[in-house]
Design a protein around this ligand. Structure first.
Ligand code: AMP
Length: 215
C-alpha cells in the first residue's frame, strides 16, 4: 500500500500528475478541492458553507476540511493506497493527518510565480462535466466548448487575478511551513513542474523509486 501527498502552488499540475500516478498504481486520487467543488455544484449544505470562501480564493476552515478528508478516507476504497492533492495546506491540517496516517512520500511540484499566473489564468473547466482544459497546454477543439460533452467552458470561479493573489499568499504563509515539516521527516521530493506533463511524471516516478512511466 502506498500513501502519497502531492503539493505545489495552483497551476503546478497537481491534478494532472496525481491522475497519471493514480491510474497506473491503482491509487485512489483524493482531491480536496474537487470534493468541495462537487459540493458547491450539487448545492449541498457543505457547499453552501464553502462557496464564498472558495470564490475569494481563501482557505476553507480546518474543521470542515478535516471532516471532508476523514469521511473520504473512511470509505476505505483505497486497497492499494491513495494520493491526496490539495491537503494538508497548513500546519494544523498536517498534524491532523500525521496523527492518523503514515506517508510514503510527498511530491512537491515547484513552479515559478510568473508561470503560475500564466497557467492559472488560462485554465478552463467544463460547466457540465467538469473536464479540465488549459488554453495554453490543453486547448479544446472548438473554443469554449468541451470536447467530451459539448458543455460550455468557463474559468474556475477562483481563477481571477485577485483570488489567485490571495491563494499565493496563503501558499507562502501557510503551506510552505508544511513542506518544511515534511522535509524534516525526509518525505519530500521536489520536482521541476515547468516541463511538459510526461517528463514531469517520469521524474516523479524516478524520484519515488517507482517503475518508469509508459504513456
Ligand atoms: P484547489 O482545487 O486545491 O485549488 O482547491 C480549491 C479551493 O478549495 C481552495 O482555494 C480552498 O478554498 C478550498 N480548499 C481545498 N483544499 C483545502 C484545504 N486543504 N484547506 C482549506 N481549503 C481548501
Amino acid at each position: 500500500m502506498r500513501k502519497y501527498v502531492i503539493m505545489g502552488v495552483q497551476g503546478s499540475g497537481k491534478g494532472t500528475q496525481s491522475t497519471l500516478l493514480a491510474r497506473d498504481l491503482d491509487l485512489a486520487h483524493i482531491s480536496v478541492g474537487d470534493i468541495f467543488r462537487w459540493h458547491v455544484q450539487s448545492h449541498t449544505k457543505l457547499g453552501a458553507q464553502a462557496r464564498r470562501v472558495m470564490a475569494a480564493g481563501e482557505l476553507v476552515g480546518d474543521d470542515l476540511v478535516e471532516k471532508v478528508v476523514r469521511d473520504r478516507l473512511e470509505q476505505h476504497d483505497w486497497n492499494y493506497g491513495f494520493i491526496i492533492d490539495g491537503f494538508p495546506r497548513n500546519r494544523r491540517q498536517a498534524e491532523f493527518f500525521l496523527e492518523s496516517y503514515d506517508i510514503d512520500g510527498v511530491v512537491h511540484l515547484d513552479l515559478p510565480e510568473e508561470e503560475v499566473r500564466r497557467r492559472v489564468l488560462a485554465r478552463r473547466l467544463c460547466a457540465r462535466c467538469g473536464m479540465d482544459y488549459n488554453l495554453i497546454a490543453h486547448r479544446p477543439k472548438e473554443s469554449d466548448r468541451c470536447d467530451v460533452c459539448g458543455g460550455e467552458l468557463v474559468p474556475r470561479e477562483d481563477d481571477t487575478p485577485e483570488a489567485l493573489a490571495s491563494r499565493l499568499r496563503d501558499y507562502h504563509d501557510k503551506t510552505n511551513p508544511v513542506l518544511d515539516l515534511f522535509r524534516r521527516k525526509e518525505y519530500v521530493v521536489t520536482v521541476d513542474a515547468r516541463p511538459e506533463k510526461v517528463s514531469v511524471q517520469r521524474e516523479i516516478r524516478a524520484r519515488l523509486g517507482l517503475p518508469p512511466y509508459e504513456p
